[in-house]
Design a protein around this ligand. Structure first.
Ligand code: ZN
Length: 1004
């Protein structure tokens, strides 16, 4: 520049021309958003105006434009604060500025103060003060530069400015964060958003991070990769062969993600970052791009080849944020998640920014082709995304009114096909039958029952096998050594799940004289304090009916001992169990409680009917039983026999707390010796038998009236008996004490009297030491299998094509879901038929294994025979004869989501074929193993992913070497189909062992 010459860079026109030209430009100028205006120092401008208005060439020339006064300090280009228009500066439009600049030039080193017109809400104005922002990189927060942006600038322009400032390629994948305060950092997700809309203001910092080679982001890295920071540099595995850590019941999510991850067109869309251009931040149906981004992050990490396993925590949080049903960590359905995810991804990536309203037209007799094309066009006008491109097909739905025969045809898009499985009307149940014969082991039976049947049907089926009348069976669900539920005959079988442990007990014929006792076994803990005894349940509970008349503790003790005879050894009669008793406390406790469920009114009970053969066993004393080996001659006597045989029969109580079935608390005060009490005092060794031949204390005795019983069993009178009770004496200890409990096997609250109509629960409490000696745990757990178990369970197998046919079968709408007939003008139970019109590139088939009807909830374990290759739809596609021939309709399997287990719980895994090497893998949360094609088809297959052959590409890298494939063919997949296959590491040859170990290495 020609130094500081007083005037002009170029030769300015005469003063009048200058005045007219600038005046003209100012007069016609309106504020238009985006236009540039320039700030000029007010004093310089006034001096120029004076000059041109006076027309006096001799007036003082303003000289070069000089804005120095507007700056805080010129070198920083920082404006003074609170400058006022038309006092400190004037604004001139760009055209006028350029005239002035050309005539007068600018003071050296001074930047022009160009300012944009911004369209702020409800007002247009020149933005005198732009937003001044600090910029830095995530990796180097110390290195901060300052830049100014207009409020109308996009976030993308900040991104570009940062790439320039920090010498990064403008194509690098990066994320911007806005830091407004020390602990507030917010993602600038939408790069098309303006500085104003993003609420960026002066003084804030924008931080940029670039994606790591392993697909993670530096800012979330500590979250995503907790334990595996070091793996990043070392591991270069096959991209896509990557586990997903279970974050607590998230296997359903991992299973769905693995299937989607192995869907080639979708994964390539994300890996090539095409999604960045299509993120839809404004779609009210979407998640503001957050689901798509979180999904992209997971996919980029899984396909980086840097990880054995990825922790999808951010993704899970986002999913939970937008779909509260997935928020917790309870188990969910992989298909439900898949459905949500495909919908969420679609709306987040929907290329349609403003959805127009489109009225759907009925076919009204027009040809299918026309209606279908119209339907698809309309769908695409509102829904256009990679999800639609990949997964959406069209089916035809035909409704016919049963009354007026109006035919309504619509074509509806679908994202997956939910295919029904044929439902069997029958059901196989496995139950244990417990015979009355105490020496018979439980027998496992397999019975066929009507699915909609009642518990009685189960008994009837079992009765055919056992010849035991169904009226003498009680069905119970046993769980953790107790009765979870005791069923009545008219309860529905649907209450019983396949995994429940069902025991069917033979009981003697029920009558008013019988009471059905539920028997639990408990072991007392070693530490025992007065009044509070800690017990744990063990063994199998029993149900047995007992004559009401024999509910005295002693009689019950004998009955129970007899019932347990198979695995409880009776003590040696010569006093094996005898011990000194100096524990008065317990005796007192006993005395304070009445014992026995039996009512005095029952005294005249008739003899119990010994209808069943097993009943006879009751009558047999242990010593008489042919099964019995009560006292082996060689048995070692642990304790010497008591010095006085008489003591054996002493009246002192044998059991510390023999509350049989508590009908009274301590306040009851029925301490007087009744017959029951006296029986309770008889020693348990059956010695009475020897001495009182006429009255063995078994069922014979039970049949007797109380008075006789007393006489028979007690050598002393009731009066003496009472006296005997209160004295400390030697006594024989019982194997167990009888205690009334509640159905959970816990102490019953002493409270309302137990009524005989309710189900009495009784616990047999064992001391650990005695249990160890007399209770044969091994024998107790034994059971035998009925021949019905040998017949292989007929696994129902159906062809996938049969299920698809079922999907297209005419059905009548259900009452709850009628159709509004436009002709009849009312709801009608129309017939409905679905047909497939066009199929997508990737077809998702959901096998409806979870069947919920009004009456039943069940999981169908049917094996669906689905082909791995050449699933051909040409036979059932309605759309025919394209201009270029048949539409492509052959599919190959690419992924399967598996569900193992029942309704209430279960585990999800997946099989998937890697798009790059063509190898199948088994994904079980963070574990990944090789899979063979033979393993894929199981009754766990739940959601199938098929890729249309015309769109498939050949693998670009070789499949893993055959030696490593051996890893899985030699695997010993566990026999049960409930178990996912597990590669047997021990069978792996050394050469592939390392590869295998690498592959299955877990990171979490
Ligand atoms: Zn109608």
């Amino acid at each position: 520049m020609a130094a500081n010459s007083r005037c002009s860079a170029a030769e300015p026109p005469d003063l009048e021309t200058q005045r007219r030209e600038v005046e003209y430009l100012l007069r016609d100028c309106e504020l238009r958003a985006g236009d540039s205006w320039f700030m000029v120092d007010q004093r310089w401008y006034e001096q120029w105006k004076e000059l041109v208005e006076s027309g006096d060439q001799n007036s003082s020339c303003p000289g070069q434009i000089d804005n120095t006064e507007l700056f805080e300090e010129v070198c920083s280009n920082h404006l003074k604060e609170r400058l006022v228009e038309n006092e400190d500066f004037v604004l001139v439009p760009a055209a006028a500025w350029h005239k002035l600049l050309s005539w007068y030039g600018m003071v050296d080193q001074q930047p022009p103060l160009e300012r944009k017109v911004v369209d702020l809400p409800s007002t247009l104005k020149v933005e005198v003060y732009p937003v001044e922002i600090f910029l830095c990189l995530h990796g180097n927060m110390e290195n901060v530069t300052t830049a100014q942006f207009s409020r109308t600038d996009s976030i993308h322009s900040i991104q570009m400015a940062m790439c320039r400032a920090f010498s990064l390629l403008p194509t690098c994948e990066c994320r911007l964060w806005m830091k407004s305060s020390e602990n507030n950092c917010e993602r600038l997700r939408n790069v098309h958003m303006s500085v104003l809309d993003a609420c960026l203001s002066s003084g804030m910092t924008v931080i940029m991070e670039t994606r790591n080679a392993d697909g993670t982001w530096p800012s979330t890295r500590p979250l995503i990769l907790r334990n595996s920071v070091e793996e990043q540099d070392s591991y270069r595995g096959q991209p896509g062969v990557c586990g997903l850590t279970n974050l607590g019941n998230t296997c359903f999510m991992n299973s769905a993600l693995q299937c989607l991850s192995n869907t080639p067109p979708l994964t390539e869309y994300f890996l090539q970052s095409i999604y960045l251009e299509e993120l839809n931040f404004s779609n009210p149906l979407g998640m503001k791009g957050e689901i798509a981004e979180a999904y992209a992050d997971v996919i980029k990490q899984m396909w980086s080849g840097h990880h054995y396993s990825v922790v999808p925590r951010v993704f899970k949080t986002k999913v939970g944020h937008f779909a509260s049903q997935f928020l917790g960590y309870q188990q969910h359905d992989s298909q439900e998640l898949l459905s949500f995810l495909l919908d969420g991804l679609h709306e987040d990536l929907n290329r349609v920014k403003n959805k127009e309203y489109i009225e759907l037209r009925d076919a009204e007799g027009r040809p299918d082709q026309e209606v279908a094309e119209e339907a698809w066009r309309n769908h695409k006008r509102r829904n256009d995304s990679v999800i639609v491109d990949t997964f959406h097909g069209l089916f035809k739905s035909t409704l016919i009114c049963p009354q007026c025969h109006k035919v309504s045809v619509t074509f509806d898009p679908f994202c997956y096909l939910s295919i029904p499985l044929p439902v069997s009307k029958e059901r196989v149940m496995e139950v244990f039958f417990i015979s009355l014969d105490p020496y018979a082991k439980p027998m496992q039976h397999r019975v066929l029952v009507p699915k909609a049947g009642k518990v009685l049907d189960l008994c009837l089926a079992l009765s055919e096998m056992t010849q035991v009348p169904e009226t003498q069976m009680v069905v119970a669900d046993v769980f953790k050594h107790r009765f979870y539920k005791i069923y009545t005959p008219d309860e529905s079988l649907s209450c019983i799940l396949d995994r429940d442990d069902i025991f069917v007990y033979e009981c003697s014929a029920q009558s008013d004289q019988q009471v059905l006792l539920a028997l639990y076994l408990r072991e007392r803990a070693h530490y025992r304090e007065y009044g509070s005894v800690s017990t744990t349940l063990f063994g199998h509970p029993l149900l047995l009916s007992v004559p009401r008349s024999s509910c005295s503790p002693e009689a019950l003790y004998q009955i129970f001992l007899q019932r347990l005879a198979r695995y409880v050894r009776a003590p040696n009669p010569s006093g094996e169990l005898e011990e000194d008793d100096d524990d008065d406390d317990e005796e007192e406790l006993y005395k304070s409680q009445t014992n026995g469920i039996s009512d005095d009114d029952e005294q005249d009970d008739a003899e119990p009917t010994c209808s069943s053969q097993s009943e006879a066993c009751y009558a047999d004393g242990p010593a008489n039983s042919r099964h019995q080996d009560p006292i082996a001659p060689s048995e070692v006597h642990i304790r010497p026999p008591p010095p006085e045989e008489g003591d054996v029969h002493s009246m002192c109580t044998g059991a510390p707390k023999p509350l049989c079935s508590g009908d009274a608390g301590p306040s009851d005060g029925h301490v007087h010796a009744r017959g029951e009490e006296s029986r309770a005092d008889v020693d348990e060794e059956g010695n009475d038998e020897a001495e009182n031949e006429e009255e063995p204390p078994q069922s014979d005795a039970i049949a007797e009236d109380d008075g006789k019983q007393e006489e028979a069993c007690s050598p002393s009178s009731p009066v003496n008996e009472r006296a005997a009770k209160t004295r400390t004496c030697r006594r024989k200890k019982r194997l167990f004490d009888i205690q009334a409990v509640n159905c959970n096997g816990l102490e019953r609250e002493t409270g309302p009297n137990l009524t005989l109509s309710s189900q009495p629960y009784v616990a047999l409490d064992w001391d650990a030491e005695i249990k160890k000696r007399f209770y044969n745990e091994n024998e107790a757990e034994k059971y035998v299998k009925h021949s019905s178990m040998d017949v292989p369970l007929q696994q129902t197998t159906v062809q996938l094509q049969e299920c698809i046919q079922l999907f297209t079968t005419v059905e009548t709408l259900e009452e709850e879901n009628p159709w509004y007939c436009p002709v009849c003008k009312k709801h009608q139970l129309a017939t409905k038929k679905l047909d497939l019109w066009s199929l997508p590139e990737v077809l998702i088939i959901h096998l409806k294994r979870f069947s919920y009807t009004k009456f039943t909830r069940e999981k169908l374990d049917t094996i669906v025979d689905f082909p791995l290759r050449n699933l051909d739809f040409s036979g059932c596609l309605l759309r025919k004869k394209l201009s270029n021939g048949e539409p492509p309709s052959r599919y190959d399997l690419i992924a399967v989501s598996n569900h193992y287990g029942g309704l209430r719980d279960g585990h999800y895994t997946s099989y998937a074929c890697n798009k790059d090497n063509g190898q199948w893998y088994y994904f079980d949360d963070s574990k990944v193993t090789y899979a063979t094609e033979e393993q894929i088809m199981t009754n766990a297959a739940y959601v199938l992913f098929y890729h249309r052959q015309d769109k498939m590409r050949k693998p670009c890298v070789a499949a893993p070497s055959p030696s490593s494939a051996i890893c899985t063919t030699s695997s010993t997949s566990t026999a049960s189909s409930m178990q996912p296959p597990e590669a047997d590491v021990s069978a792996v040859t050394p050469s592939c062992a390392s590869a295998f170990a690498e592959l299955t290495m877990e990171t979490d």
